[in-house]
Write a protein that binds this ligand. Sequence first.
Ligand code: PLP
Length: 354
Amino acid sequence: MKKHNFSAGPSILPQEVLLKASEAVMDFNNGGLSLLEISHRSKPFVDVMEKARALVLELLGLEGKGYKALFLQGGASTQFLMVALNLLEKRAGYLNTGTWSKKAIKEAKLLDDIYEVASSEAANFNYIPKGYDIPEDYDYFHCTSNNTIFGTQIKSFPNSPIPMVCDMSSDIFSRVLDFSKFDLIYAGAQKNMGPAGTTLVVVREDILGKVSRKIPYIMDYKLHIENGSMYNTPPVFAVYTSMLTLEWIKNLGGVAKIEEMNEKKARLMYSEIDLNPLFNGFATKEDRSIMNATFTLKNENLKETFETMLKEAGISGLNGHRSVGGYRASMYNALPIESVKALVEVMSELESKA
Ligand code: PLP
């Protein structure tokens, strides 16, 4: 039996994507070779890369607006440094909303001065700060759209007077936003796009080339753009699988349709958390993530029973991160609503037993 996969990442992928990806591993394009064996410079793979890059811009509504999409390596964590190397001249402003924001700040601090425009750390990141100022004379403003660990999500983005950079690793392609508000978006593939191994970067070209430092070649966005995201050997499997997921999103009806499905799942999940007296939601209601719902059991004595019931129902990946404890239901794009229904059923069954 296939499990209900609530893992925070790497996480669930659409079945049809997994099937097509595994077929390509055996025989790519009926060419008699594996996707993993062909040259990345061969036309069939260059076509994959170009299609994936174009689909990203199409799905985000950024075609013809001066943006380029890149599929790089090193995970979102490498972007923490790469953003600073490419954009930081004197000072940047960071919104501190969780572990990943902190890591981004730590990395950028190695290069220059970083200012926290606001932080929710004192409340263990259970909310998104609002009403902060972004200084006009800074180089850029950095935020994290969805805090995977704490289950909070920025619902309304500021009108930044300086380039806005956003780590969208855990909610890319999950909801409709005005993506042209952002100057640089990055996201590790392994939640809503594909397997670990590639990181999507979408950058407005005209913000590049403005810093005086020498940027190491491999870290230079301009060089990756000039080389069609093929400066060095790309992670072919991760890019191909991401392209399949992007096609899947497009065929379903695009990001708007996905958002509708995600909203339904999140409503179902949070209404159980709120109505079931055995559970507490972790994140402040107005900032709740539609991707990661964090919650705890009020009575720890029920933990064993609950977890046995989860196991019996084939539910996996529900453990919360150690900094929050309890449970985290990650409901990425590919998670069917049936999985959320299965989880909610177990939670209400626990209530009737308790
Ligand atoms: N940013 C966010 C929001 C994340 O959720 C994660 C991983 O879970 C990362 C960054 C780090 O990504 P990577 O492991 O690809 O470096």
